[in-house]
Design a protein around this ligand. Structure first.
Ligand SMILES: [Zn+2]
Length: 687
């Protein structure tokens, strides 16, 4: 995933002088890394003040004196400066070791978010920018994009309607916040006797509360949920857990979601769209709800076929422990998949880790891409960073030795640090005064830290995750787009995950795995081929169920947001579960109430996971055909996908790189589906 600039327009600006500079700590890096109490707040407030004063000047230009450069271009520069000043401050909310200073980062992020909403609902700015004569195609692209941001907030409407839309939007935002905080704060626990938890690993049991002799309290948080669903031998135990899991906050959240869907219908209608899905897809690759609905419909039958095959395999496994079993229940799936992993692939995560020390993996990853893209990755030592263990790399252009970008890797857990894996842009790419900025990007993660002389050792999931984030990072680093709001990964929302998902494929290739591996006691010992091949085989084990679930939620999401009038979210969800999975859902569940995406920005957007992945697999297929280290292909990828940012539509860029329309074929191939599929059938979304 990516964390995007709060001002909607990342781009470089003045780096505040590092006042806490001390030579003993190393030199100041490309962004400020140390703060004393109060500084982040002061710097964020200054950034808002500076941006406001520039925006007021733009709005004050008399109509007859307005030019593209004193309105649109200046607006772009102002917002770019703002994001460059605030993005490094707001990142500190996620990574800074001192809690009080991290809290200032959170506050700064909130202020920057509010500021950005205020800007894009200002009629005086909209009026100043609108209608400016645009000279070049680049300026026209910028103009269209900027005006769209204003008009999506209703600024094309008369003032009374704008305030209506603004009220509905803030009402919607409150409902969404309520929905997610309900889930975050949900503290339902189930009490189980020890014998009911038979099969759950000792390590997981050790983390559970024990209210009275012989019983355990199990929460519905992910680690507990998975520990039970994957390992508990008793069917009844898993059923109880699944029931509780799909009923978290069922009452209030079902109502909040259904009410929010009604408010969304009103907003869409007022803004002149047929449905909320049409509103959300406008300006995205998908362009309209029909294209998404058709895309999902096309995947349905092939995925259903694949799921049926996988479930038949799981039934065989079920019969090894329960002879005579005739069906699979929804609470069996995770358990049987785990059993399959152990029975058929005999994989031990700890042994795999020994072959993937972080340093060997990063060096191997840099090697893969430096040849392809003509850049070197050079570690900058003795530079000030925000915490121990954070590293800084310069991306150096091989042809002229210039620094093209900077990348921070902050990959070890710390108390209070962000708990997942993400990429965060700190300084955006843009052209200014005849020279190009140096984009700065950070990858933040939580890999196992070095301990007792043993280096950081990655699981294979970690390796895949690192490649994913590196896909985002190079997108941000190698951009040459002239405007900050259109550079790097500021692309169409349903295209963002394409470069990242494309890179994941490298981490499954035998040769790449060899070059990434080296036993931590002796780097010359690569992962044994037999182990490596067993690992690679697990990739295809459950793709049907995994993508089938994505398809199910994406289809629900589109039904919710294309219907007129009240929607019964639970009913729709149950019908689609039965249809796609081919087995009944658990009785009495309320799953939509528990899916944060519907109320967390992925509304009418869940499809983008599958959508981006289809394109990612098209991209990867060309690399496979041409050779993973084919430099011509690498240069084409750089030119067509990494450099342009959002200066052209994603569909144009894909066509440019592929030399033809992207097709659904590579995705079906990935799923092992060939029957009746014409591999060159284009994805039908460009009507
Ligand atoms: Zn991502």
């Amino acid at each position: 995933m990516v964390r995007q600039g709060s001002g909607q327009t990342p781009g470089p600006g003045k780096i505040p002088p590092d006042s806490s500079f001390s030579p003993a700590d190393g030199a100041a890096g490309p962004v400020r890394a140390r703060y004393t109490t109060g500084e982040i707040t002061i710097l964020a407030d200054e950034a808002i003040r500076a941006a406001n004063s520039s925006l007021n000047e733009i709005a004050a230009v008399q109509p007859e004196q307005r030019t593209i450069s004193n309105t649109l271009i200046r607006f772009e520069k102002t917002m770019g400066d703002f994001t460059d000043r605030t993005a490094p401050l707001t990142l500190m909310a996620y990574v800074y070791p001192d809690r009080a200073i991290a809290d200032e980062g959170s506050l700064a992020e909130e202020k920057a978010g509010t500021f950005s909403i205020e800007v894009f609902t200002r009629r005086d700015l909209y009026d100043a920018i609108r209608g400016q004569v645009h000279g070049t195609p680049e300026e026209l692209r910028l103009y269209t994009n900027t005006i769209r941001l204003f008009e999506r907030n209703g600024l094309a409407l008369p003032d009374d309607k704008v305030s209506l839309v603004r009220d509905w939007k803030s009402n919607l935002a409150r409902m969404e916040t309520r929905f997610s905080s309900n889930l975050n704060n949900d503290n339902i626990s189930l009490e189980y006797r020890a014998d009911e938890l038979e099969g759950v690993p000792r390590e997981a049991l050790a983390t559970l509360a024990k209210p009275k002799n012989g019983t355990y309290l199990v929460t519905t948080k992910y680690p507990d949920y998975y520990a039970v669903m994957k390992n508990a031998n008793r069917s009844e135990t898993r059923k109880r857990m699944l029931y509780a899991f799909v009923n978290r906050q069922a009452g209030e959240n079902t109502k909040l979601l259904e009410d929010a869907i009604m408010v969304r219908q009103q907003i869409a209608h007022e803004l002149g769209y047929k449905t909320w899905a049409d509103y959300k897809t406008d300006g995205r690759m998908a362009k309209s709800q029909e294209n998404v609905v058709n895309f999902l419909a096309e995947l349905k039958e092939p995925l259903k076929t694949r799921i049926r095959t996988e479930l038949a395999g799981l039934l065989e496994i079920k019969r090894t422990i329960e002879p005579g079993a005739t069906d699979i229940r929804s609470w069996d799936i995770l358990y049987l998949q785990e059993l399959q992993r152990r029975q058929q692939y005999a994989l031990d995560d700890e042994i795999i880790r020994q072959y993937f020390p972080l340093d060997v993996v990063t060096a191997g990853m840099f090697d893969q891409y430096s040849g392809l893209f003509g850049v070197d990755f050079v570690e900058e030592k003795d530079v000030k960073v925000w915490a121990e263990g954070v590293r800084l790399y310069r991306v150096v252009n091989q042809s002229n030795g210039s620094t093209q970008a900077c990348i921070y890797l902050d990959l070890f857990p710390r108390e209070g640090k962000y708990g997942h894996l993400m990429t965060s842009g700190l300084i955006g790419g843009r052209m200014e005064n005849g020279s190009y900025s140096i984009p700065v990007t950070a990858i933040v993660g939580n890999f196992r830290a070095p301990n007792n002389g043993i280096p950081s050792l990655l699981s294979h999931d970690d390796v895949v995750g690192l490649f994913h984030e590196f896909g985002h990072t190079l997108h941000n680093s190698l951009t040459t787009a002239p405007y900050a709001s259109l550079s790097g990964y500021n692309v169409e929302w349903d295209f963002i995950e394409t470069p990242s998902q494309a890179f994941e494929n490298w981490a499954w290739e035998p040769d790449v795995l060899d070059s990434l591996s080296g036993h931590y006691t002796d780097h010359s010992k690569k992962i044994p081929p037999e182990l490596r091949n067993r690992l690679i085989r697990t990739r295809d084990m459950d793709t049907g169920v995994v993508y089938g679930r994505q398809l199910m939620i994406a289809t629900e999401d589109m039904e919710f947001h294309t219907t007129k009038g009240p929607v019964n979210v639970t009913g729709i969800s149950e019908r689609l579960y039965q249809e796609i999975m081919g087995i009944p859902p658990i009785e009495g569940g309320h799953e939509p109430a528990t899916i944060g995406h519907f109320m967390g920005g992925y509304d009418a957007g869940y499809y983008s996971y599958l959508w981006s992945n289809v394109y990612a697999l098209n991209i990867y297929e060309r690399f496979r055909k041409d050779g993973l280290s084919n430099q011509t292909t690498g240069r084409d990828y750089k030119r067509w996908i990494l450099e342009p940012g959002n200066m052209q539509d994603g569909s144009v860029l894909l066509r440019g790189f592929l030399g033809h329309e992207p097709g659904i074929g590579p995705f079906y191939k990935h799923l092992g589906i060939t029957r009746g599929i014409n591999a060159s059938t284009p994805v039908d979304h460009e009507k």
